[in-house]
Design a protein around this ligand. Structure first.
Ligand SMILES: Nc1ncnc2c1ncn2[C@@H]1O[C@H](COP(=O)(O)OP(=O)(O)OP(=O)(O)O)[C@@H](O)[C@H]1O
Ligand SMILES: [Mg+2]
Length: 368
């Protein structure tokens, strides 16, 4: 996406609280109708960035544009955004219908029209007929849906959601994730969604910004982040990863190879390598990219090892395999229909196995 067609443009935005910098020169472009997530550990600046989008917090430096308009002089209630908070602030003394219609109270709408809009929202959040209930007579998940309906009824161009599913148990949370995604597709509103749960971000998002220490480390699609993380920090934040110290080997200008601890030397497409000959690099390989077999496989990209941990997880098994020349064992994850995984498990700890991989699965990371 280019700057020109960004619907939300966060342009070199910083935020200081006194001397403390909570947000450090963040630039992000978000497209119209996108489900965009901010993902990062506690304290990395997610809520602060969201509050600046909503206008509850000013930017210290930089500018936020929504639909082409600079936002710094626009107060929260004049921005085309609405925010859903982690603690679902619904009013316990009001009915479900009055909670949903709360934001409409200043608009002079005929009673019938208001009722029609509320009923439409109750359909959308799959709670038809719940309008006359008291808000206190609802489950946590239902309350969360009411909070969403209350934000959506105002038809904002952008919905900001700060860990809206944080208070729900795992099962309800997963169900609500699917509903939220379906709802977003249906209404076509741009969502900016904050979470510290990587699985949730992968499930829901079109694109994700991975944040740490007030900075954005990488913005990418879920697949891009998982398959092609740029740095060790991103690679270890999303899923499990094996890391190998390695050295760049160049043979003239046309070809290059990587010599990785424990994995040996293998050719790499020259365009993937920017470092000079002899440069130290980190390479990474996901646990499920390894094949585990009892016999030596018919490939040059294989190494012998010994199982030092084995865990059965139903659908998959996880192993730690010690190999020659590498201090930390390699994490391997195999689906349980595979013969190799089953045999290794049956042989248990101490089993002699072979690990093989395809060099295309190897990711070269920036920095060391
Ligand atoms: N009003 C404030 N005054 C001073 N420091 C603040 C203020 N608000 C936030 N901070 C600090 O800014 C940093 C980022 O806070 P923020 O709330 O944005 O984190 P977060 O990523 O949302 O974390 P969490 O996942 O725990 O909600 C934290 O170190 C926090 O202590
Ligand atoms: Mg927060």
């Amino acid at each position: 996406m280019t700057h020109a067609d960004a619907f939300i443009l966060i342009d070199r935005v910083s935020k200081f609280f006194g001397a403390f910098q909570a947000v450090d020169e963040i630039s992000i472009d978000i497209g119209k109708g996108e489900f965009f997530s901010l993902l990062g550990a506690s304290g990395c600046g997610k809520t602060t960035l969201l509050r600046m989008l909503a206008g509850f917090e000013s930017t210290t430096k930089g500018e936020i544009y929504i639909d082409g308009q600079p936002m710094s002089d626009v107060p929260p209630h004049r921005r085309p955004v609405n925010m859903v908070f982690q603690s679902y602030a619904i009013f316990p003394h009001l009915s479900v219908a009055d909670n949903i219609a709360y934001g409409l109270r200043k608009k002079k709408l005929p009673r019938a029209k208001r009722r029609e809009m509320v009923d439409e929202m109750l359909e959308l959040i799959k709670l038809p007929g719940y309008g006359d209930r008291k808000a206190t007579q609802l489950s946590g998940g239902q309350r969360q849906r009411i909070a969403l309906a209350r934000a959506l009824i105002l038809r904002p161009k952008v919905l900001l959601l700060d860990e809206p599913l944080g208070a729900l148990d795992k099962q309800l949370r997963e169900q609500m994730q699917l509903e939220l995604r379906a709802l977003q597709r249906q209404v076509g509103i741009t969502f900016v969604f904050v979470t510290h749960d990587q699985e949730e971000a992968l499930t829901l998002s079109d694109r994700i910004a991975v944040m740490a220490g007030g900075k954005v480390l990488q913005v990418d699609t879920p697949e891009g982040l998982y398959e092609s993380p740029k740095t060790r920090a991103v690679a270890s934040f999303i899923g499990n990863m094996n890391f190998f110290p390695a050295t760049v080997r160049r043979n003239g200008a046309a070809s290059a190879a990587i010599e990785a601890e424990g994995l040996g030397t293998f050719p790499m497409p020259i365009e993937n390598i920017t470092q000079p000959d002899g440069a130290p690099v980190q390479v990474a390989l996901r646990p499920e990219k390894f094949s585990l077999t009892p016999e030596k496989p018919d490939t040059a990209h294989a190494v012998a090892g010994k199982v030092c941990e084995a865990a059965y997880l139903g659908e998959r098994s996880h192993f730690h395999v010690a190999i020659e020349g590498k201090e930390t064992p390699i994490a391997v994850s195999t689906p349980n229909q595979s013969r190799g995984g089953r045999e290794a498990r049956e042989q248990g700890i101490g089993a002699q196995v072979w690990l093989s991989w395809s060099p295309e699965s190897i990711v070269i990371l920036q920095g060391d």
